[in-house]
Design a protein around this ligand. Structure first.
Ligand code: BTN
Length: 327
């Protein structure tokens, strides 16, 4: 059941450009005017900036920086993404919770987000360090009508969404290292983990896990990560509001995903390649069987890396570690 507090926030949030009178709030919520006043005092303590005018009523001017369902939804202009948000202070991994939610029929566009993950998951059984309050640790549930073999396209699409947001909102020039690491100045700032539940020709759901390092200082990075990882703060010398960044990501994701459903993958692939790290250059490719050097030629429609084998013939690689030669 929705609490009175949360109903009150929703009412104020819906009316964000106008005042809503104490009487109207009291009628709507079926509580006394003095109870409303007490709630307002509590909200202010929690960091909400609320303007109260005696003959007009109340208006929220600013939400607190803290992440919550309400603060993420405040001013979020999307049609389907983020309508259902599950926020936690600490979880093992948002991926695990998102799988539970998806199995329990959570709608397309549901977001699971946490301030901290104690066992954040990275690709290929790696850990993902998710320091409390420093980054965006988010899993998105999708129910796309696509074939299972097309699902990697969603990972590549997500990488372009993050790159677009970093370019236009944070104003830095990111690159995408195949398949889905977001690099800034050759250090990793974000990663994407896509997991799916599917049958042979039907996708039940896809979970896209996004980890973005935002306000980490050098001290927040472990010894192991210094030198290979970075954050937006380290790259821009500025602290970033997580709520605003999350909203930028959600809005851009919705637009890009809608475009993909209408127009297919070709344009998304071109966008990915425009950010592609070391495209056209020689890279080192390590698969479970082999290790060789070859040019990185681009990506295919099913998300594979296009390259050459040792005898020069063209080949598609679906799973490999790629590395490069530092200048
Ligand atoms: C990688 O680059 O290895 C992928 C990292 C994905 C991390 C995100 S953080 C939110 C979501 N929950 C997890 O446990 N992992 C993903």
């Amino acid at each position: 059941m929705e609490s009175t507090r949360s109903k009150l926030i929703n009412l104020l949030a819906k009316n964000k450009d106008q005042y809503i009178s104490g009487q109207a709030l009291s009628d709507e919520l079926q509580i006394s005017r003095s109870a409303i006043w007490k709630h307002m005092k509590e909200l202010k303590k929690d960091g909400y900036v609320i303007e109260g005018k005696s003959n007009k009523g109340y208006r929220i001017i600013e939400f607190p920086d803290k992440l919550s369902e309400n603060t993420i939804k405040w001013g979020l202009e999307t049609n389907w993404i983020g309508k259902n948000i599950k926020h936690y202070e600490a979880v093992t991994s948002t991926q695990i919770i998102a799988h539970d939610e998806a199995r329990n029929d959570a709608p397309h566009g549901t977001i699971v987000i946490a301030d901290e993950q104690t066992k954040g998951r990275g690709r290929v059984t790696r850990n993902w360090h998710s320091t409390k309050g420093k980054g965006i640790w988010l899993s998105l549930i999708l129910r796309p009508r696509i074939q299972p073999h097309e699902a990697p396209q969603l990972t590549l699409l997500t990488a372009t969404v993050l790159a677009d947001v970093l370019r236009s909102y944070v104003q830095i020039k990111p690159q995408i290292k195949w398949p889905n690491d977001i690099l800034i100045n050759e250090k990793k700032a974000a990663g994407i983990l896509t997991e799916m539940q599917a049958e042979q020709d039907q996708v039940w759901y896809v979970i896209i896990g996004i980890g973005l390092n935002v306000n980490h200082t050098e001290d927040d990075l472990s010894e192991e990560l210094k030198g290979i990882a970075t954050s937006l703060r380290l790259e821009t010398d500025k602290e970033w509001k997580l709520n605003h960044l999350i909203q930028e990501i959600l809005v851009t994701f919705e637009q890009t995903y809608n475009f993909y459903l209408e127009n297919g993958f070709t344009k998304i692939k071109q966008k990915w390649e425009s950010y592609g790290f070391k495209i056209g250059q020689e890279i080192s490719i390590k698969t479970s069987k082999d290790h060789w050097r070859a040019p990185f030629l681009g990506i295919s429609d099913d998300g594979a890396l296009l390259t050459e084998t040792n005898d020069g013939s063209k080949t598609k690689i679906y799973s490999a570690e790629i590395d490069w030669f530092k200048s």
